[in-house]
Design a protein around this ligand. Structure first.
Ligand code: PLP
Length: 389
């Protein structure tokens, strides 16, 4: 038994169950079980060669030291140029802060606004770290219920109706983890129009899957709404688009009032992102994009395959995910809870998935399948689950 006195706040910190499932799947595999991992949310592709080479070259060129805390200027300029190309948005590179991945931006945004008495809204089902860090900050988490009938897009009226004088920050995410839901422009328009009545509310738009869309769906970046630029935090990064999860590289565009706080949080937390990753990220943004297009073609093929296959399983029903690389079928017809299905699929069928409840209360009755795996493995996984069911 430990005699250490840990801070109470630690008891409020949650986790990301996909990592727990990954550890269990790896332990089972180490014992000789044949496990197909549809649990973890990372592309199963290698980082494109020219990006890796740029990272290696940076090390060889002697970029071994600290960089500016907010990122090397060339990278912040490339981010601004990329956002202009993709979203038509004018972004000042001075508002860009480069961080180690997507997660630090959400942590910093929540720390900036969260404290006891404050309310922060977040999508449910949604990326579990939102609720975890909101609770950690002492703020009250207010879920935005996302519904299958709605394609898991947020409903602007519901979100606006939940705003109170205590609301400080609203987190939205499209395309979404774990549902693949994409919020249509009309809903974003309504949301932004309604925010005019609540000028004290900041918005964190997590657009880390902004390049991952299917069937001609459009990505509506919140950067396209000048009327909220003074309170918008835009989160994006390299992890998913360029298969760079392990490089730890992401960025945010912060409003003028917050960018200094964000940089100070960087200085207090990690000083800067390692220089080699930043140079690799620069090559990713400024170099050829064919590898991204090629990866997306594979994801799209697998998406069609897995959605059709899931819908063919007894007791399962799966909507078409418009983006990201997750399918989020309803499994209520199997008679199992999400947690039971997750455990039985792993233990009895050797297929790792993540229970919908890992993404919030409203995820009960659902299971997340990541299709960042080969078509062959997806087919085998589905046949094993069919046999189990
Ligand atoms: N935002 C969402 C919605 C995610 O799904 C993830 C990763 O799964 C992240 C952010 C974090 O990405 P990173 O690995 O770059 O921290």
């Amino acid at each position: 038994m430990s005699h250490l006195h840990f801070a109470d706040s630690l008891s409020r910190l949650g986790t990301e169950s996909a990592f727990t499932v990954l550890a269990r799947a790896q332990a089972l595999a180490a014992q000789g079980h044949d496990i197909i991992n549809l649990g973890i949310g990372q592309p199963d592709f290698q980082t494109p060669d020219h990006i890796v080479e740029a990272g290696i070259k940076a090390l060889r060129d002697g970029h071994h030291g600290y960089t500016p805390a907010n990122g090397i200027p060339a990278l912040r300029e490339a981010v601004a140029a990329d956002l202009h190309t993709r979203h038509g948005a004018e972004v000042n590179p001075d508002n860009v802060v480069v961080v180690p991945g997507g997660k630090p931006t959400m942590f910093f945004a929540v720390l900036m606004f969260g404290e006891p008495g404050a309310e922060i809204m977040y999508p449910d089902p949604g990326f579990p770290i939102y609720e975890s860090v909101i609770r950690y900050s002492g703020a009250t988490p207010v879920p935005i219920a996302l519904r299958e009938e709605n394609g898991f897009a947020f409903d602007a009226e519901t979100v606006l109706a939940q705003i109170t004088p205590k609301t400080r920050l609203i987190i939205i995410n499209s395309p979404a983890n774990p549902t693949g839901g994409v919020t249509p422009r009309a809903e974003v328009d309504k949301f932004v129009a309604g925010l005019a009545d609540h000028p004290y509310v900041a918005v964190l738009s997590d657009e880390i899957y902004s390049r991952m869309l299917y069937d001609g769906r459009e990505h509506v970046s919140l950067l396209q709404y000048p009327e909220i630029r003074d309170r918008l935090i835009l989160l994006d990064g390299w992890s998913k688009t360029y298969a760079m999860t392990g490089w730890r590289l992401g960025y945010a565009v912060w409003p003028d009032a917050a960018v200094g706080h964000a940089t100070r949080l960087c200085i207090n937390d990690h000083s800067c992102v390692n220089a080699a990753s930043q140079y690799a990220g620069l090559a990713a943004l400024t170099g050829p994009q064919d590898a991204v297009d090629e990866m997306m073609r594979h994801f799209d093929d697998r998406r069609r395959l897995i959605v059709k296959a899931l819908n063919s399983l007894p007791g399962l029903r799966c909507t078409d995910p418009g983006g990201a690389f997750y399918a989020f079928p309803n499994i209520e017809g199997t008679g199992m809870t999400s947690a039971e299905a997750q455990d039985r699929f792993l233990d009895e069928a050797g297929v790792a998935t993540v229970a919908g409840t890992s993404f919030g209360h409203h995820g009960e009755g659902y299971l997340r399948f990541s299709y960042a795996n080969s078509a062959e493995n997806i087919e085998t996984a589905i046949e094993r689950i069919r046999a189990l069911l």
